[in-house]
Write a protein that binds this ligand. Structure first.
Ligand code: FES
Ligand code: FE2
Length: 433
């Protein structure tokens, strides 16, 4: 009797997710199913968004006890709330009685968290305070809200849905905090917040954010201050960008002097792959007046952050995998976070923070403060939607990243590492539940 040869099922199906993960071609964009399929969307939620530390909000978004924001990730919903001791907590937004969603609003303020179904009532700390009439022996202390891991780093709130969150976050927090702390985010307030729903996969949004190859043609407002030489090695700067590069070198020298005087670390740290908590941080010069993301580069808020003695401090830019990027200037900060809503829809939230004592109309003007990034985000959304549409064509084949797109390669490497790590822990398909 002859036995039929064993067939590796993956070789039969070129779109098999495990095969696509393991055979990802370095240096090239991802295959179409990574961006388009429900299967990869499910894996992205499980292996990435429910397994790594994600940026959820600025602490300034919940300034007073009882202030909360909610964030929905796949089928999860999380409440981030400041408790009566001013600590920031994170709870699953699920009632311990029969599971109802507790808070439906994106943000707000409560005394206690009251379930609208049968009025079980929880303190901001998550303790069950009252539950009506219950059977003898009912123990309220057994029905606190289920907590979510939360860490506040220099005024930025990160959460992790995993039972065992990546341990390297503590080290990352220790390394990034000295860069951010001089901007005193704990003494800021929200001046503006804009939500944008982009019609593209979340990875296209992140990839787009990691390169400025498209900036020259795509971002007239941003390139008033953002040097379009970002990502180029000095010897690769195209001739047309040489004048901008010279301005960049001059501005970097002024930035060095101002940063040293203000004891600000500036050195680039880029560890975007090879670890669970990938991140990149550096302080770099801005063009124009070199102070802020405005049309002329001048400060948008007259009240500087922290004890900084000049607005001419360029941009402290940080990126944290998988879902956030930040710019901290002398006069304000902007946080950007994304949440995938589906394979082809992504929520991008931008939040502008100014000194808590800055007065709108006196110290800052919201339009002047927000114009550059509102326009830039809209332009990026259009570009990402075009990319998503193009990738949806059966004719799409992944193309190569340019040298200025090396951060995208790092992002994809990190992403594949996360899918593989999750699969190794949870078995084929990476299904954790
Ligand atoms: S489901 Fe919340 S009180 Fe019943
Ligand atoms: Fe862009």
């Amino acid at each position: 009797m002859t036995l039929a040869p064993e067939v590796d099922p993956r070789t039969d199906n070129p779109d098999d997710p495990d095969r696509l993960i393991d055979e990802r071609r370095p240096g090239y964009c991802l295959d179409a199913p990574f961006y388009l399929s429900e299967e990869f969307f499910r894996r992205d939620i499980d292996a990435v968004f429910a397994s790594t530390w994600i940026f959820a909000a600025a602490a300034a978004e919940v300034p007073e006890p009882g202030d909360f924001v909610t964030i929905d990730i796949g089928n999860y919903s999380v409440i981030i709330i400041r408790d009566d001791d001013e600590n920031i907590r994170a709870h699953h937004n699920v009632c311990r009685h029969r599971g109802a969603r507790l808070l439906s609003e994106a943000n707000g303020s409560v005394g206690n968290i009251v379930c609208s179904y049968h009025q079980w009532t929880y303190s901001p700390e998550g303790d069950l305070m009252s539950a009506g009439v219950q059977a003898p022996g009912f123990d309220r202390t057994c029905f606190s809200l289920r907590s979510v891991n939360v860490r506040v780093v220099a005024g930025l709130v990160f959460i992790c849905l995993a039972q065992n969150p990546p341990e390297d976050f503590a080290e990352v927090a220790e390394r990034i905090a000295p860069y951010i702390e001089p901007h005193a985010l704990d003494k800021t307030k929200v001046a503006a917040q804009v939500d944008l729903i982009e019609h593209s996969n979340w990875k296209l949004v992140m990839e787009n954010n990691r390169e400025c190859y498209h900036c020259e043609a795509g971002h007239p407002e941003l390139t008033c201050t953002f040097f379009p030489t970002y990502g180029y090695a000095p010897e690769e700067i195209p001739k047309r960008l040489k004048p901008a590069y010279q301005r960049y070198l001059d501005a970097e020298e002024r930035l060095r002097v101002n940063s040293e005087r203000n004891n600000l670390p500036t050195q680039l740290i880029a560890e975007l792959s090879g670890r669970a908590t990938g991140f990149r941080i550096e302080r770099a010069a801005l063009d124009g007046k070199g102070e802020s993301y405005t049309m002329d580069g001048g400060a948008a808020s007259a009240k500087l952050l922290g004890d900084l003695d000049t607005p001419e401090l360029g941009r402290l830019s940080m990126h944290t995998q998988p879902n956030a990027w930040f710019h901290f200037m002398g006069d304000h900060a902007v946080t950007f976070s994304l949440v995938p809503l589906g394979p082809d829809r992504t929520l991008v939230r931008s939040t502008w923070l100014v000194h808590e004592d800055a007065v709108e109309g006196v110290d800052y003007d919201v339009e002047n403060l927000t114009t550059v990034w509102v326009k830039t985000n809209e332009q990026d959304a259009a570009l990402c939607a075009k990319a998503h549409r193009g990738i949806s064509s059966p004719a799409y084949v992944p193309g190569p990243y340019a040298p200025t797109e090396s951060d995208l390669e790092e992002f994809c490497t990190w992403y594949i590492e996360r899918l593989q790590a999750h699969r190794a822990q949870n078995g084929t398909g990476g299904q954790s539940r």
